[in-house]
Design a protein around this ligand. Structure first.
Ligand code: FAD
Ligand code: UDP
Length: 816
């Protein structure tokens, strides 16, 4: 990207002194939409000059300026028809220069809605250039032949590109390095008024119900045949159309006794009209001009609580159609059927409204505006000589001072990490990573060491390492705060990657189950069977034994099927049923097969819990390994901080989120179920407590298992610490619960996540997967290669290894 047009001497002292000059093809007094929503908000903080396209008349060349509010100027250039094309162009440029000079606009953000404005503003040197692309203007009727050429120039000059919808994002993202989707938001409260308004406006009062309404611009995007078809098919329905008629011949509009054109209304009046409609419609034609549209009226109608029927416009189908919020219908017949359905009383309106409200809860112009300004401010700093954003002398862009940022609690006890004093010369982080567990830390390390990115890693806990965190307790014993973590993997890549940050201690994990008064090896194997039943079978006899007790199941769908189909009901009851019920508060018949399939059945005497190729514990513990991973000048760690506390104040380009995905989206589809644990630690005044690291209690006690850490860590100590695990419903989300309905619910969040540009989701909670540590590492390395591949092609900037996508290691032995 060229930066030659940038004002290189730009010095930022106070960001609210930076003006904004907006070039728009839409006039300020046209329908109230994206430009007005955003510019009115900008004008609360800085001066805004809204520059319209010129009007050509017979008068002199001049500015017509309106000043509707304190910091907002609407500037309309008037050119004269008396000048040649070239002279007119020169006069236009002079007008622009005069506007800037006479208002002392020196430091400014240039904000473009129309690429055509490049023709008369290319020479300006804004501090930051933003292209807020709200429509594919080149696809509109009468588009200027040079529109695409100007758009290329604008993309070349722009520091940031915003798009008004996801389809536009897809079409622009390969054309600029810094594209962000900001689908249009709405003012919920404003349109929500429609839910409680009973008074019809006078020009609507006389029109009978049922009424099917539309508000918006009526132009080449409107499907006039559809409108006349629906009106003809149902003469008893009344179609109401509100809005200006633009670029099409008003005589071409369909006429019928039940089609009513009420003309343009003000933004303030719209909810009162909406309140009187039984159905709201989006009758858009499917053509070039609608390929990328993202109609703002969709959420506006929904906020008003009115059922919506739309033609299959891509950005309406996804997500509104997919989520069952809007009926989609492509032709007259199906449009009529969909309206009939919406008009009938045969559907659960309350449930639909609840879904609508949940969906809209994430949507606000205030949020969109804040996020856009953060990105702009990031660019502003990136191009300025202001290089120490944390210096206490300087106020930050939104009035946040360094001291405010530094007052965010940063507790490093008991882990000490060398923190860099600031995030880098520009004061902008490339990545904000939420969660310092395996997923977040691996990504932080890779992005910093592998791609030279600046990373802010945040965790709401007071330590790094996530659930794998270990520390020395007051007796000096190394313990795992969140229960026993044993590292095992079949992936050489994962093992070697982690090996860069730790030495390993060979350790093979063994587990005993307390059954019928004995401590027997689990997974069930030859020894387990012989000792449980006092038999003397050999491994040749064992398959026959299993066969004699197994109950075939086809298909093997649940966790009960897995066990019973291999070892029969009795062993299932003794070893699995009750343990599983305690652990998950569900019967194994209600859980996916993958849960108990983690614990195989063996045909030999191998009593190791895992048979993976690599089984080891980090020699100095997990936390030490994480510390070494994060020891990089480009990584800043901020603990005791929920990301929501800082997300509006920190400048970053992209986010990686490894917390619970449902929480990220404010639980809009409801909570994803998780299982939690209470840990009870005890330190005993003796050297050893039990023969192996873990003893499971399938049938006794409220706890599921007891772990003695010294077996895992190899520590020598006269005392020993053990932990009891009590499963529970409330508490930290430890275990995603694998059941078909939960997977379905997750799919909804996954779809939302996939359509949230600029945010990547990873980890056990971010992708709602019952993953082991090695699987999370593999997933993170794969995500890193995707990010690095996209951003930098094949080349890496450092000598550290470049990790190719890593296949997910299998968590257990193949299910036999
Ligand atoms: P986490 O480790 O959960 O990290 C996510 C982090 O995000 C957390 O630290 C959290 O505080 C932070 N966070 C969440 N929301 C926010 C927010 N809004 N703002 C800021 N921070 C936030 N795996 C094995 O391979 N072997 C084992 O033996 C093993 N034993 C286990 C035993 C138990 C009891 C449990 C619960 C898990 C076990 N696991 C084991 C699984 C292992 O813990 C996970 O695979 C791994 O830790 C997941 O890493 P992660 O980064 O995805 O998530
Ligand atoms: N399980 C069981 N009895 C046991 C061990 C495991 O029923 O003695 C079941 C239980 O449902 C458990 C699942 O198998 O949740 C997976 O066990 P694993 O040891 O892999 O669980 P994790 O490591 O996640 O705690």
């Amino acid at each position: 990207m060229k930066r030659t047009q940038k004002n290189d001497n730009y010095q930022v002292t106070k960001l609210d002194e930076v003006d904004l000059v907006c070039f728009s093809h839409l006039r300020w007094n046209f329908v109230y939409q994206r430009p007005q929503h955003l510019m009115n908000r900008v004008a609360k903080e800085r001066r805004v000059f809204f520059v319209e396209e010129p009007i050509i008349d017979s008068g002199p060349v001049r500015w017509e300026i309106k000043h509707p509010s304190d910091r907002l100027w609407i500037a309309t250039p008037h050119l004269t028809d008396k000048l040649s094309k070239e002279d007119s162009h020169a006069a236009h440029i002079e007008l622009i220069d005069e506007l800037l000079a006479s208002n002392n606009i020196s430091q400014f953000i240039a904000w473009y809605y129309t690429p055509m404005a490049m023709g008369y503003s290319y020479h300006l040197k804004p501090a930051v250039t933003v292209y807020d692309c709200m429509d594919e203007l080149s696809a509109f009727n009468g588009a200027h032949p040079r529109m695409l050429e100007y758009e290329n120039e604008l993309l070349d000059k722009a520091d940031l590109v915003f798009t008004g919808g996801l389809s536009l994002y897809e079409s622009k993202k390969e054309r600029h390095r810094n594209v962000h989707a900001f689908p249009s938001s709405i003012e919920k409260e404003h349109f929500g008024k429609a839910r409680n308004t009973t008074q019809d406006p006078v020009d609507q009062l006389h029109i009978p119900h049922p009424r099917i309404g539309f508000f918006g611009v009526i132009d080449e995007r409107s499907d006039l045949d559809l409108i006349s078809g629906v009106a003809a098919a149902r003469p008893e329905w009344h179609l109401m159309l509100i809005g200006p008629v633009v670029k099409i011949d008003p005589n071409s509009l369909p006429q019928a006794p039940n089609i009513h054109y009420l003309g343009q209304k003000t933004y303030d009046e719209l909810p009162t009209y909406l309140a009187g409609w039984d159905v709201a419609m989006l009758p858009f034609a499917l053509n070039r001009s609608t390929q990328f549209i993202s109609p703002t009226k969709t959420p506006e109608y929904l906020a008003g609580g009115t059922p919506v029927v739309s033609t299959p416009i891509r950005d309406v189908v996804h997500p509104y159609g997919d989520e069952g919020l809007v009926h989609i219908a492509a032709d007259v017949e199906s449009f009529v059927t969909a309206c009939e359905r919406a008009l009938s009383s045969d559907w659960d309106r309350n449930a639909w409204l609840k879904k609508v409200d949940a969906f809209l809860s994430n949507n606000s112009w205030d949020y969109t505006y804040t996020r856009m300004m953060q990105l702009i401010e990031s660019e502003l700093y990136a191009g300025s000589s202001f290089d120490n954003k944390y210096s206490s002398k300087n106020a930050g862009p939104t009035g946040i001072t360094a001291s405010a940022l530094q007052s965010i609690p940063l507790e490093l006890d008991p882990v000490q990490i060398d923190l860099p004093s600031n995030s880098g010369p520009s004061g902008v982080f490339d990545y904000l990573i939420v969660g310092a567990g395996f997923a977040g830390s691996v990504l932080a390390e890779r992005l910093a060491s592998g791609s030279g990115k600046r990373v802010l890693l945040i965790d709401r806990r007071n330590h790094i390492g996530g659930n794998a965190y270990d520390h020395y307790n007051e007796d000096g014993l190394l313990i795992h705060k969140y229960g026993p973590h044993i590292f095992h993997t079949n992936s050489r890549e994962v093992f070697e990657y982690l090996g860069m940050f730790t030495e390993w201690r060979q350790y093979e994990h063994h587990v005993l189950a307390s059954v019928d008064g004995q401590l027997l090896p689990i997974p069930i194997n030859l020894d387990t069977i012989n000792r449980l039943y006092g038999l003397n079978l050999t491994s040749q006899d064992l398959p026959k034994f299993y066969e004699s007790v197994a109950e075939p199941r086809d298909p093997v769908r649940t966790s009960e099927d897995v066990v019973i189909s291999k070892v029969g009901r009795e062993l299932y009851e003794k070893f699995f049923r009750n343990y599983t019920r305690k652990q998950w508060d569900l019967d194994p018949s209600q859980l996916d097969a993958q849960v108990t399939a983690r614990v195989p059945v063996r045909f030999n005497r191998d009593n190791r819990y895992f048979t993976d190729t690599y089984q080891s514990m980090p020699l100095y513990g997990y936390t030490r390994m994480f510390e070494r991973m994060l020891e990089h000048p480009n990584i800043k760690v901020m603990l005791n901080t929920d990301y929501r506390e800082v997300v509006n104040y920190v400048r970053f380009r992209e986010m990686i989120f490894t917390g619970p995905v449902d929480e990220y989206f404010n639980f809009i589809y409801g909570k994803l179920p998780y299982r939690s644990l209470n840990f009870k630690f005890e330190t005993l005044n003796k050297e050893w407590y039990q023969p192996e690291a873990v003893v499971n209690f399938p049938n006794e006690h409220l706890y599921t298992r007891v772990t003695e850490f010294k077996h895992l860590t190899g520590q020598e100590h006269p005392k020993t610490t053990i932990v009891y695990e009590y499963p529970c419903a409330e508490g930290d989300p430890y275990y995603p619960i694998p059941r078909p309905e939960n997977a379905e619910l997750y799919k909804q969040y996954q779809k939302l996540a996939a359509s949230t540009p600029g945010v990547h989701f990873a980890g056990r909670l971010g992708t709602y997967k019952y993953y082991n540590m090695d699987q999370v590492v593999a997933q993170a390395l794969t995500l890193y290669s995707k990010i690095a591949g996209v951003r930098e092609g094949q080349a890496t900037r450092t000598n550290t290894p470049h990790y190719l996508p890593v296949s997910l290691p299998r968590s257990a032995e193949p299910v036999k």
